[in-house]
Design a protein around this ligand. Structure first.
Ligand code: ARG
Length: 605
């Protein structure tokens, strides 16, 4: 419906422009976010004032126009003249026998603002209440969204938290807006560390105990740390680690067996985290393609790189130099001992994706900002090889989470495990909502964690702080969930008080009885803007835009709730129903927005 009104306006303006002999003007009609600028606004008068002066100067205008425009000296005069012309045409236009525009007027320095009639605003709310939200944005594209990508036998830390929730929500957003989305998890399940780990398990570990352990990854990490402690005393065991990795590479049964166990142990723990976070993947039976999957494809990649003269050998290692880009340092592709690297496996991954999803696919890697340079190197190689155009490869990065006392390090045992964070959040949430079932406490706890991330731009670095990450006051996940619960409460009370079904509520019969208050107009205007906000968020892959919008909506709703009577026998039932339609719509939007952010609503709080 909003597009209908926009089209109406731009068609009208473009007719006028034809008579003024302008060429190729892009007519933007927007939903203003500031108060007092109408329900729609356009800056075309500002944009075309020069064209207008040109047309006058070059005598392009008809005689009857010349007299009309005589008084125009400033962009505002010009906007005013345009507004008058548009007004004559549009003020009487109706949609479903409802007049659309109450007023169309110029505003300084040269905007034209459009105000909807109360009837039209009411019909919009009613439409929202009645219909499923349709947030498809027209053009549908194919995306692989890769996120989380933790490393096997390494802690799933608070560091991987951001990629996990941001990536998952970006995938949600792209899906909601009508795209074809594949969700991948690039598990770090290959590398020389597995040689060390296998040696450590065989030397100091106990497989049965790890099998039974609640925290198998923690046991593996302890073994890994032990290995590095021992190396200080006895450097020779580095060779043992190397030997085991060589065995793993040559498909040795015992090495393979233990490596596979490491993956299963880790996956068990990761899966619990994904369940709690309500994060999932679609590829490779829901596990994602780990790095190891791509190792057999490496020779092929090497051949292609060599054929394209991209490989330079140096001291036994193979590197790619970027001669046409001074900013990019060389990237190592094969180590001097012949083994593959993170980079080699990434190239193989992206070649595989090209074949699997088609060469029109766009690939998003949601990975921390510390890998920015690395991804530029990878993308550049893929562009040189003609695999992808630059706009098909996106590194969507986020700022890092730092500890107060520096960087996290697995080897030094200086990490914050995500599991501990989740459990602590649950515990603290339970303390203040002990009467709720655990499954709802989890929804609130996870909502608090995620919201605290989404409410600030993903590019910002975060210093880890319990109070900050668990904030449940003010602009917080629980505040949003509580607003929703409040809305549900009013709806339920009203239904029983007035003996109305949900369908009765949605049947508004006499619009004439309803007069809108300021807060109602504001709230409806905000609701109408939801799809625009989703579009903006999608263009920038920016979830904070959604969180900010939802928070403002909730604040408006709470103001509405305080100011307007709803369950009151002294007001007309039509008005009650209309206000309930507002609540239905607000709740629909809040629920939908939170769903995109991966946050669930609850019925009680
Ligand atoms: N496993 C890596 C890490 O923990 C992240 C992988 C990111 N994805 C990629 N395609 N390189 O840092």
């Amino acid at each position: 419906m909003i597009d209908l009104t926009r089209n109406l306006i731009s068609r009208e303006i473009s007719n006028i422009f034809d008579n003024l002999h302008y060429k190729d003007i892009n007519i933007d009609v927007n939903i203003p976010t500031q108060k007092g600028k109408g329900n729609l606004t356009t800056n075309v008068a500002l944009v075309t004032f020069k064209d207008f002066q040109e047309s006058v100067k070059n005598n392009l205008l008809d005689d009857n126009l010349i007299n009309e425009i005589d008084y125009i000296k400033t962009p505002f005069d010009y906007a005013d003249w345009l507004a008058n012309k548009i007004r004559v045409r549009l003020l009487d236009v109706e949609y479903n026998s409802t007049k659309i525009f109450k007023n169309i007027e110029a505003a300084t320095p040269g905007f034209i603002n459009f105000y909807f009639t109360d009837e039209f605003l009411i019909s919009k709310v009613n439409y929202l209440a009645l219909n499923k939200l349709d947030l498809r944005l027209g053009e549908s594209k194919k995306y692989v969204v890769e996120y989380s990508s933790p490393n096997i036998a390494k802690p799933f830390t608070i560091g991987h938290f951001r990629t996990t929730i941001i990536g998952n929500s970006i995938a949600n957003l792209l899906e909601t807006t009508g795209n074809e989305v594949y969700r991948d998890n690039h598990l770090g399940d290959w590398g020389t560390q597995f040689g060390k780990l296998i040696y450590a398990i065989k030397t100091w570990g106990n497989e049965d105990e790890i099998d039974k352990s609640e925290r198998p990854v923690k046991d593996l990490v302890d073994l890994y740390i032990k290995f590095h402690d021992e190396v200080k005393e006895n450097p020779d065991i580095e060779d043992e680690g190397r030997k085991w990795f060589a065995l793993l590479e040559s498909d040795d049964d015992e090495a393979k067996r233990l490596w596979k166990k490491c993956i299963d142990w880790s996956w068990k723990e990761f899966n619990e985290i994904y369940d709690k976070l309500d994060v999932h993947f679609t590829e490779n039976n829901g596990r994602g393609y780990g790095e190891s999957f791509f190792v057999p494809m490496v020779p092929d990649i090497l051949e292609e790189l060599e054929k394209n003269n991209l490989i330079t050998e140096s001291e036994g290692a193979k590197l790619v130099f970027f001669y046409d880009d001074d900013e990019l340092p060389p990237l190592m592709i094969i180590k001097s001992d012949g083994s593959t690297l993170y980079s080699t496996r990434d190239l193989a991954t992206d070649k595989f994706r090209l074949k699997k999803y088609g060469n029109d696919v766009t690939i998003i890697n949601e990975v921390g900002g510390d890998q920015k340079l690395y991804f530029r190197q990878i993308f550049r190689i893929e562009e040189i090889l003609g695999w992808y155009k630059p706009e098909q490869r996106l590194h969507i990065w986020h700022g890092l989470i730092r500890l107060k006392d520096g960087k996290m390090s697995t080897r030094r045992g200086n990490v914050v495990w995500l599991e501990d964070v989740l459990n602590e959040t649950f515990k603290r949430t339970k303390e203040i909502s002990s009467d709720l079932p655990d499954k709802d406490v989890w929804k609130i706890a996870i909502g608090a964690l995620k919201w605290n991330d989404f409410k600030r731009k993903r590019q910002v670095d975060i210093t880890f702080d319990w109070n900050e990450i668990l904030n449940i006051k003010g602009n917080s996940g629980p505040y949003m969930q509580y607003t929703y619960v409040r809305g549900l409460g009013i709806l339920n009370n009203a239904k029983s008080h007035f003996n109305l079904s949900e369908n009765d509520i949605k049947k508004i019969e006499d619009v004439g009885l309803i007069e809108l208050s300021e807060i109602e107009k504001e709230l409806i205007h905000k609701l109408i803007n939801y799809k625009g906000v989703i579009k903006e968020a999608t263009n920038d892959f920016d979830l904070t835009i959604i969180a900010t919008y939802l928070y403002e909506l909730a604040q408006m709703f709470n103001k509405f709730y305080v100011e307007q009577k709803i369950i009151d026998d002294n007001i007309d039932l039509e008005i009650v129903k209309f206000r309930l339609n507002i609540i239905l719509s607000v709740n629909k939007v809040i629920k939908n927005g939170l769903e995109i952010l991966g946050i669930k609503v609850v019925d009680k709080m």
